[in-house]
Design a protein around this ligand. Structure first.
Ligand SMILES: Nc1ncnc2c1ncn2[C@@H]1O[C@H](COP(=O)(O)OP(=O)(O)OP(=O)(O)O)[C@@H](O)[C@H]1O
Ligand SMILES: [Mg+2]
Length: 267
């Protein structure tokens, strides 16, 4: 019998993702409604939308952590309903919350996956782990425990941990939330550089407009569990749909009618 713990999927291949007619209900509440997306291999695909619109739920379906009420999600040709999918596809999900193991040091959080999958020997693992930590300016945090880290540091550790996994599909849930602008720009660079170096398909859920504009090949906007629009950043320069225009218009844009209303209310 083969153990899923020791089977490393073939490296160097990336996958597209196809979401078809995806519906998700929790009890009577429909959270995703007929979601259809075709994400190409090697693409950086950004998902934006208001809080509570279903972005994290969608990402959890793509990561095979949840199963649809109806519809399908495929990673390449593999259906995520296949219980062995994670042996076939090497994917990394950076959770919105970080989701680190609190009982393990930062170093051991990063080393866990390569050790379990026997990707290389301890010396090789040390090299990878320290390299990932240094990219994220975390060299000095290797021996710390998650409880000793700030929110932004935990987020960076979660990204470093995903880097060490060398995934074939990279999923990020709010990678820049809780980070200062300099670190947010670093994350943006990391995502773009990784894709350049490894052609890995990356799906990025974010509220961060700068991040979206800097890295996205295409953007989908999800509202109330439905895909409201997809397109390139340029397609969203002047959206005809007022709901999208409203969602995308920067809070401090002086042309924003809501801002004008506020100005007048002080006169
Ligand atoms: N396991 C669950 N059981 C019941 N309802 C859930 C569950 N997970 C999510 N929901 C609901 O689904 C909706 C969408 O949640 P989701 O976390 O996907 O939002 P989001 O778009 O990621 O929001 P945010 O931008 O705040 O992270 C919310 O109303 C949430 O309460
Ligand atoms: Mg979310």
């Amino acid at each position: 019998m083969t153990s899923p713990q020791t089977s490393a999927p073939p490296a160097g291949k990336t996958f597209g993702v196809t979401v078809a007619g995806l519906n998700k209900k929790y009890g009577q509440t429909a959270v995703l409604r007929d979601v259809n997306l075709e994400i190409k291999p090697g693409e950086i695909f950004v998902v934006m939308g208001p809080s509570g619109s279903g972005k994290s739920v969608l990402l959890r379906h793509i990561a095979a952590l949840e199963q649809p009420t109806s519809g399908t999600v495929h990673i390449g040709d593999f259906d995520t309903s296949d219980p062995t999918i994670l042996e076939k596809v090497h994917l990394a999900l950076v959770f919105q919350s970080g989701a680190l193991f609190n009982s393990l040091s930062v170093y051991d959080n990063l080393a866990l996956y390569p050790r379990e999958h026997r990707l290389t020997n301890e010396a090789g693992i040390r090299e990878r782990v320290m390299h990932a930590l240094s990219i994220l300016s975390l060299d000095k945090a290797a021996q710390k425990f998650p409880s000793e880290l700030s929110g932004g540091m935990k987020k960076r550790v979660a990204i470093a941990r995903a880097l060490v996994m060398e995934p074939q599909l990279f999923l990020y849930d709010e990678p820049t939330s809780e980070l200062d602008p300099v670190m947010a720009a670093t994350i943006s660079e990391i995502i773009a550089t990784l894709r350049q170096q490894t052609a890995v398909t990356s799906i990025v859920v974010t509220h961060d407009r700068d991040l979206a504009l800097n890295i996205a090949d295409r953007i989908a906007i999800i509202m109330e569990g439905q895909v409201r629009a997809t397109g390139t950043a340029a397609d969203f320069q002047k959206p005809a749909d007022p709901a999208i225009a409203n969602f995308l218009s920067p809070v401090f844009d002086l042309k924003n009618p809501r801002f004008k209303q506020l100005e007048h209310s002080h006169e």
